[in-house]
Structures are given as structure tokens and as C-alpha cells.
Design a protein around this ligand. Structure first.
Ligand code: FES
Length: 319
């Protein structure tokens, strides 16, 4: 990734197990790129891992370049080193390398009756979307589910933004998880945006089968169950580097890129974060990611090499 030198300028507890951080340019004279609701940045953490985090302060960015990026990070009990590092080893003053914002979870401006559903720390892009919809005067409702009210980040801000259009659900108060199926039993919205854990997204997917394409838009924390067939071997060419190799059926394109000695950014290696996005110059792509929209997949110009493959004999990337 093209890196921006940045530093943490504030860090505070936002809810139980959730910290909020603001990240500003390392050089005060540098300018941060603007962003839209749903955007995220990649952050290279002190332990060398790169992780993606949604930007929450979109209201500060609508009129131009924000002074800082704000993120909120939940401590994940099954952390593979990302959230734990943010909580324990990143402090005010820590220097970080960040990417420019990217957005695979955009609001469709055609949507005029919107439902937002957040599960746990999935509230971060949903909160940014609520700010955007509120600013544009687009009618929306927001459902916010979490294991307990104490874990709900941005709750006061959402109450102020949404008023009686906010529904909260704390599992420990109700004694059950939120019933998405009854919420979505009738289609009252032209846009439904969902971010949260896999069971919530799987339930929404199952309930909205048959709804018009593009109505339900999701951002995932974990890869959906894959039923993709094992891949075939194919030739991988890297145009800029002038390198070529064979990708075996049990190797990913990203693995092959690394085997060739070409450094390429990645985070999840599961096709859900978008960090490894690569431009495709030729070859028929077998898309297996949960990041790109159907239109982006159909364009056959971009892919996530950590999971996606080639259906033909040769794939050429702009690397
Ligand atoms: S590394 Fe996350 S989509 Fe490839």
C-alpha cells in the first residue's frame, strides 16, 4: 500500500472492550485524503500485521480533508494479533503507517428508504452511514445488536442522530439474539446495509433471498462458508516485475506473488478486507471474495489474490 506516516493523537475507552482512536498525519502540514461513509483504512501495526478499520468520523470529512481519522476497535477474544495490539501496544504518540481510505461498502445514492443493521463492533461503518444519511435527509432506521448494552460503542451519538428510529437489542437483557427474520419479513426499504458477525449476516442473507440485486449490502468480519471447488493450476504473470510462475491448485495467487519475492499488501487472507486488491490486465477471474460488488466482479479488472483465482490458463496482474 502507499503509506501515509501518521500518529495516534487520542485514545480512549468508548464502551466495554472498545477503544476509540484518532489518527492524524505525522507531519502536521500533511493532508489526509477525504473519505465517504463505509470507507476503511489499513493500518500497519507495531507487530508488523496490517489490519483494516472502518472510519467513523465521516461528518468531519464531508466538507473536505479531515484533520484526523477516527476508528473504534473492539477487543477480540480470538484476536490473531490485531485488536490485541491496538488495545495493548498502541498509545497516544505511537507512529503508524496507514493507507489512504478505500471503500467497498458504499451507500447507494439511489436508496431513499434505508435500513442499517449493526452487530457489535460492526457499528463502525454503520455509524458513519447514519451520519451521511442524516446529513442528506434520507429517511433511515437503524437496528443495533450487541451482547450487552455496555459493549455498544457510539450509543449516545446514535441516539442523538436517529431519535426514535434507533432500535437497540442487548442479548443479555432479552435472553436471546435479535430476530432478523421477523424484522425483514416484509421489504419496506430499498437499501439494507449490514455489518456484523457471520451468524447475523448469514441470517440476513437467508431471509432476503429473492430481494432485488443491490438491495442488501454487507460488510463481513469473517469469510462466509466456502463451497468453491478446488482450483486448477494456471500461469501467473506479473507485468511490472516481468515475472511468471505456475500457481498450483493448493496455492493462492497471493502465495505465488510472495514466492516470487514481490511484496504485496494483505491483511485477512480470507477475501473480506480488500487490502490485497490487485488490477488484472488479462485472464478470466474466478472471484471468491466477499468484498467486491457484482458489478466490480463483472468488470473483470480487479481481484483479491488471497482467495480468487483464474478460470483460464493465464492470469496477468499489474504488479
Ligand atoms: S488480504 Fe483481505 S481480501 Fe485479500
Amino acid at each position: 500500500m502507499t503509506e501515509i506516516a501518521a500518529k495516534v493523537v487520542s485514545k480512549e475507552a468508548l464502551a466495554r472492550g472498545v477503544v476509540r482512536m484518532r489518527i492524524a498525519p505525522y507531519q502536521p502540514t500533511d493532508i489526509l485524503p477525504a473519505f465517504e461513509a463505509g470507507a476503511h483504512i489499513d493500518i500497519r501495526l507495531p507487530n508488523g500485521l496490517t489490519r483494516s478499520y472502518s472510519l467513523t468520523n465521516v461528518a468531519e470529512a464531508t466538507s473536505g480533508n479531515p484533520a484526523a481519522y477516527e476508528i473504534a476497535v473492539g477487543r477480540d477474544a480470538n484476536s490473531r494479533g490485531g485488536s490485541q495490539t491496538v488495545h495493548d501496544a498502541v498509545h497516544v504518540g505511537s507512529r503508524l503507517a496507514i493507507s489512504a481510505p478505500r471503500n467497498h461498502f458504499k451507500l447507494n445514492p439511489q436508496h431513499q428508504r434505508v435500513l442499517l443493521i449493526a452487530g457489535g463492533i460492526g457499528v463502525t461503518p454503520i455509524y458513519a452511514m447514519a451520519q451521511d444519511l442524516h446529513a442528506r435527509g434520507v429517511p433511515f432506521e437503524l437496528v443495533y445488536c450487541a451482547r450487552s448494552a455496555a459493549r455498544m460503542a457510539y450509543l449516545e451519538e446514535l441516539r442523538a442522530l436517529c431519535g426514535d428510529k434507533l432500535v437497540t437489542h442487548a442479548d443479555d437483557e432479552v435472553g436471546a439474539v435479535f430476530d432478523v427474520t421477523s424484522l425483514l419479513s416484509e421489504q419496506r426499504w430499498d437499501g439494507v446495509y449490514v455489518c456484523g458477525p457471520a451468524p447475523l449476516l448469514d441470517q440476513v442473507t437467508a431471509t432476503t433471498v429473492g430481494w432485488a440485486d443491490g438491495t442488501v449490502v454487507m460488510e463481513r468480519f469473517s469469510a462466509p462458508e466456502s463451497v468453491a471447488a478446488p482450483g486448477e493450476a494456471f500461469t501467473l504473470a506479473l507485468a511490472q516485475s516481468g515475472l511468471e510462475t505456475t500457481v498450483s491448485p493448493d496455492e493462492s495467487v497471493l502465495d505465488a506473488i510472495e514466492r516470487l519475492g514481490v511484496a504485496h499488501p494483505f491483511s485477512c487472507r480470507e477475501g473480506i478486507c480488500g487490502t490485497c486488491e490487485s488490477r488484472v490486465l488479462s485472464g478470466e477471474i474466478d472471484h471468491r471474495c466477499a468484498v467486491l460488488s457484482q458489478a466490480e466482479k463483472d468488470s473483470q479488472t480487479v481481484m483479491m489474490p488471497c482467495v480468487s483465482r483464474c478460470m483460464g490458463e493465464k492470469l496477468t496482474l499489474d504488479l
